[in-house]
Design a binder for this molecule. Structure first.
Ligand SMILES: NC(=O)c1ccc[n+]([C@@H]2O[C@H](COP(=O)([O-])OP(=O)(O)OC[C@H]3O[C@@H](n4cnc5c(N)ncnc54)[C@H](O)[C@@H]3O)[C@@H](O)[C@H]2O)c1
Length: 255
């Protein structure tokens, strides 16, 4: 087990990729703090899934779009688990709007959750590590859209592009503290965020034609990459993006 004696905080882990990451890190031996905005049945079930793997797990409700919540999340995670070694900034949202119609509320929501939240979570986490004299791992769940334009999702692309540069900058600033900072960039993964797409066979077919691997990704595909970046094997890997997309990024075209 690669992550024994480690504690991971995974934001947005009540479902989808985040839950897949929480489960995989637990399989590797880590104890896990799960999070989403509210503690509902789904959140309790996610915690139960991690505990069933034999690890300690707790749930902390927090809106990562709020800086105050981000700081409280890190403080409470440390209080409840004793420490955090691995931060996975996974929570993310998207808003569909042509650029000419996009409104301020959508822009604020997407940028707050996808970029401002990770910025201040990284800060609170890095301060915790500095104060405890230990190194650690930051892994951001970005997207192929940190590179690839996505018409009608300009706020999403701006947030993920920003996350790419935040990651590169922090890799340099936090290296002296023994903290590595990397992104995973998923392509099209089968999760609730894509439920509309899953119900549109024509659109789904077009997308699959653009994925050389010939299938959508699964949360476990992304989780495996996160587990690697969180492990000692990746101790000299920092400032990089690991693309997990079945070849989509270099093979994509809008119809
Ligand atoms: N599914 C894909 O195809 C895909 C592709 C590339 C990148 N991603 C990225 O992966 C991440 C997870 O996506 P997913 O597909 O699992 O999405 P999802 O919608 O299935 O899950 C998102 C999770 O984040 C939580 N969340 C949403 N807003 C939050 C907030 N303000 N505070 C705390 N938690 C919040 C939700 O409750 C949920 O647990 C996102 O950052 C997304 O941009 C997804």
């Amino acid at each position: 087990m690669k992550l024994q004696h480690k504690v991971a905080l995974v934001t947005g882990s009540s479902q989808g990729i985040g839950l897949g990451i929480a489960r995989r890190l637990a399989e590797e031996g880590a104890d896990v703090v799960l999070n989403s905005r509210k503690e509902d049945e789904q959140a309790r079930d996610a915690v139960a899934q991690v505990r069933a793997l034999g690890r300690r797990a707790c749930f902390i409700a927090a809106d990562v779009g709020s800086v105050a919540d981000c700081r409280r999340l890190v403080t409470q995670a440390v209080e409840q688990m004793g420490r955090i070694d691995i931060l996975v900034n996974n929570a993310g949202i998207q808003a569909h709007a042509a650029f000419l119609d996009a409104d301020e509320a959508d822009y604020d929501q997407v940028l707050d959750v996808n970029l401002r939240g990770p910025f201040f979570l990284c800060q609170a986490f890095a301060r915790h590590l500095r104060d405890s004299g230990r190194g650690g791992r930051i892994i951001n769940n970005s997207s192929v859209h940190e590179e690839l334009p996505f018409p009608n999702f300009s706020s999403y692309c701006a947030s993920k592009g920003g996350l790419k540069m935040l990651m590169r900058n922090l890799a340099i600033e936090l290296a002296p503290l023994g903290i590595t900072v990397n992104n995973v960039a998923p392509g099209a993964i089968e999760t609730p965020i894509n439920s509309e797409l899953m119900n549109e066979p024509d659109k789904l077919g077009q997308l699959l034609d653009n994925i050389p691997a010939g299938r959508l990704g699964q949360p476990r595909d992304v989780a495996g990459a996160v587990a690697f970046l969180a492990s000692d094997d990746a101790g000299y890997v920092t400032g990089t993006t690991l693309v997990v997309d079945g070849g989509l990024l270099w093979n994509y075209s809008e119809q």
